[in-house]
Design a binder for this molecule. Structure first.
Ligand code: UD1
Ligand code: CA
Length: 455
């Protein structure tokens, strides 16, 4: 049977106390709903319908170029009503899989297990046993262990409240029957809502089999209703990611102290020290060493490179055997060829540093092309901005730039040129020669330091 996925994302999430709709709250740097849509995309489904309502424009705007279908639920009258709003976009004779936009840690294999159970046109619900089932709908079984109904916390009897098997909120049902059951729902319950969960009782009454598929991992079905749960889910997510890195052959100084908000891939024997944050797409080579406190965003780092403590890299490409930091900042467009070096308090933006070149201390290199084996002295600045436009600096191979040099771009330093310390160089310096400009040193005899006046 073909599969349609319905994602419920219309709720406000009052308990978040946020101006943002709940499904746009971020887990590992990504909206909750994006996590759910990613797992939906991993299933072999034909279409995905998102039911939106609260903060609707914001929710749709967050997913501009996806091939999603959207169904509007103007008033949040309950999960059953929400699914009903999606049904015009779901064809007959399919399986409809309902996911919640606030259950972000589900995995595709678990959902596949549920969907397989329903392939014969039966109804499936994903359940787990919880030590503390408070707040969740309880799975009610008969003496033979057959699922008979789901009863919400607020409607449950004392005996039902004692049941530890709960509804994860994930339900799979044949679309033709689902449509009929949803049309017949009533809101005659403690919350005055149309409950999706009432379709279980309807299926039983129609003689259609209901399977409860038990998830092995209660963490997977965790629903996010408040910021405590969001923080707890973040921990679980990061723990999962850290374990996957360890399994892939990456060493972590402390798996509890790494944060990946995006994707991080690394070759073998790479080591990551504590308190590093990775965002977007980060690719590390083999035997890379990342020192503590690094923030690395959308960057690539080659084999055997060392990133010393407390560096910030964004959209940087660092080749093999480089040394970066400590305390270096590589901004978008920073490119380091093999064996290049950036030392402490060095900022590099939109610039290529050639093979084996060194920019060791307290320097700003922006909009520049630096050749191979160049040495840039401490405190050198590319003056790349005239207040209106950016200009380029070119430094040839083997050049030696003394300390405290201002390179006023556009400027071209020839190969093998030497620039004297403290010079301000505009336009060019010829290859192979010493160029410097330095004001003559003056000593004033008999000069007295000013003395502080008494008030
Ligand atoms: C629901 C289930 C409960 C289950 C729990 C698992 C029902 C009646 N109850 O309860 O059995 O144990 O999930 O987390 O289904 N939503 C809409 N429109 C609405 C109402 C809700 O889109 O009118 C969306 C919410 O945004 C949310 C999801 O549906 O993503 C679940 O709604 P929520 O109110 O959180 O249901 P629970 O009370 O948690
Ligand atoms: Ca919920």
């Amino acid at each position: 049977m073909q599969l349609s996925i319905v994602v419920l994302a219309a709720g406000q999430g009052k308990r978040m106390r946020s101006a943002l709709p709940k499904v746009l709250q971020r887990l590992a740097g990504k909206p909750l709903l994006a996590h759910v849509l990613d797992v939906a995309a991993a299933l072999n489904c034909d279409d995905t319908v998102v039911v939106y309502g609260h903060g609707g424009d914001q929710v749709q705007a967050a997913f501009p170029d996806s091939e999603l279908k959207w169904a509007h639920q103007a008033e949040q009258l309950g999960t059953g009503h929400a699914v009903k709003m999606a049904m015009p976009s779901v064809a007959d004779d399919r399986l409809a899989l309902v996911l919640c936009g606030d259950v972000p840690l589900l995995t595709a294999p678990t959902l596949e297990r549920l969907v397989e159970q329903c392939a014969d046109g039966s109804v499936g619900v994903l359940t787990v046993d919880l030590d503390d089932p408070t707040g969740y709908g309880r799975i009610i079984r008969d003496d033979e262990g057959q699922v008979r109904a789901i009863v919400e916390q607020k409607d449950a009897s004392a005996e039902q409240l004692a049941v530890r098997e709960i509804n994860s909120g994930v339900i799979c049902a044949p679309s033709t029957e689902l449509r009929r059951w949803l049309d017949a729902l009533s809101a005659d319950n403690a919350q005055g809502e149309y409950y999706l969960t009432d379709i279980i009782g309807a299926a039983v009454a129609d003689g259609i089999a209901v399977h409860a598929v038990k998830g092995d991992d209660p963490d997977e079905v965790m629903g996010i209703n408040d910021r405590r749960q969001l923080a707890a889910a973040e921990c679980l997510y990061q723990h999962r990611y850290a374990n996957a890195l360890l399994d892939a052959g990456v060493s972590l100084a402390d798996p509890a102290r790494i944060d990946v908000r995006g994707s991080l891939s690394a070759g073998h024997d790479t080591f990551i020290d504590v308190n590093c944050v990775f965002e977007g797409d980060v690719v590390l080579g083999d035997r890379v060493h990342i020192g503590p406190g690094a923030v690395i965003v959308d960057s690539e780092i080659g084999d055997d490179t060392v990133v010393h403590p407390h560096c910030v890299l964004e959209q940087a490409r660092v080749g093999a055997r480089c040394q970066i930091g400590p305390f270096a900042r590589l901004r978008p467009g920073a490119e380091f060829a093999e064996g290049a070096k950036a030392g402490n308090f060095v900022e590099v933006k939109k610039a290529r540093i050639g093979e084996g070149s060194k920019v060791n201390h307290l320097t700003y290199i922006g909009d520049a092309t630096i050749g191979d084996k160049v040495n840039v002295g401490a405190g050198t600045i590319t003056c790349n901005y005239d207040g209106a436009n950016k200009h380029h600096t070119t430094i040839g191979d083997d050049a030696f730039i003394g300390s405290g040099v201002n390179l006023v771009a556009p400027v071209d330093i020839g190969a093998g040129a030497t620039i004297g310390a403290g010079s301000t160089i505009a336009k060019e310096a010829p290859a192979g020669k010493l160029t410097l400009n330095r004001a003559p040193v003056k000593t004033v005899d008999g000069w007295k330091r000013p003395v502080k006046k008494n008030k």
